[in-house]
Every structure is written in structure tokens, then in C-alpha cells.
Design a protein around this ligand. Structure first.
Ligand code: FES
Length: 111
């Protein structure tokens, strides 16, 4: 295990994601939630450059789980934080997800 229990990257400086959502606000929200939850030293929220998944954004990735979220909306952040980042369970995004990739945003590109 690395220094952090969970390390989250939000694509904030690619050409596409920043045009698809207020990704700077995503980072602020997640950082604030980490502090409020007493997880400041366990959870790291970083801004990141392009993940080469342009057009699927806004994109964020949660490690060490290697879960890539695409099509993330501000309204999804609470559930992603509570369920995955804090709770350790990647968000279950779609009833079809167990058997096939789901394209209902936000979706998990791999897990
Ligand atoms: S701009 Fe975000 S994945 Fe390329």
C-alpha cells in the first residue's frame, strides 16, 4: 500500500474534460469532503492532465482500485466520494454494468 489509502486524479488540464464540466470545482469538492471526513492524510486528490480518454469526460481515476470514471457530473461526486473514496466500494453505476460496459454517464471505463 502506498502513502495514501486512496489517490484520486481529476483531469483538469486536458483539452476536453475542462470543457465538459467544472472540474476545478470537482477537485475542491472532493478535497473539502476529505477534510470534513477526517481523511485528509488518507485520501489525496490531485489535478491531472489528459488521460487519453478525451470525449468521455469529465474523467477521474481512483487508485489503487484503478477505477476510471467517465461522464462525471457534479451531482455524482457525493456518491462517488461516499461510496468509493470513503467507503471503498466503487460506485455501482448501472444494473447492466456487471455483464457489459455501461454507457450511461457516469460510467466506469474499467474496474
Ligand atoms: S482531456 Fe480529459 S481525458 Fe483527455
Amino acid at each position: 500500500m502506498g502513502q495514501y489509502e486512496s489517490h484520486v486524479f481529476v483531469c483538469t488540464s486536458g483539452d476536453s474534460c475542462p470543457t465538459q464540466g467544472n472540474v476545478e470545482q470537482f477537485v475542491k469538492y472532493l478535497r473539502d469532503e476529505a477534510v470534513k471526513s477526517g481523511l485528509k492524510t488518507d485520501v489525496r486528490i490531485n489535478k491531472a492532465g489528459c488521460f487519453s480518454q478525451c470525449g468521455h469526460g469529465p474523467m477521474m481515476v481512483v487508485y489503487p482500485d484503478n477505477v476510471w470514471y467517465g461522464g462525471v457530473q457534479e451531482s455524482d461526486l457525493k456518491e462517488i466520494f461516499e461510496s468509493h473514496i470513503k467507503g471503498g466500494k466503487p460506485r455501482s453505476l448501472c444494473p447492466r454494468r456487471a455483464s457489459m460496459p455501461c454507457l450511461c454517464p457516469p460510467y466506469v471505463l474499467n474496474s
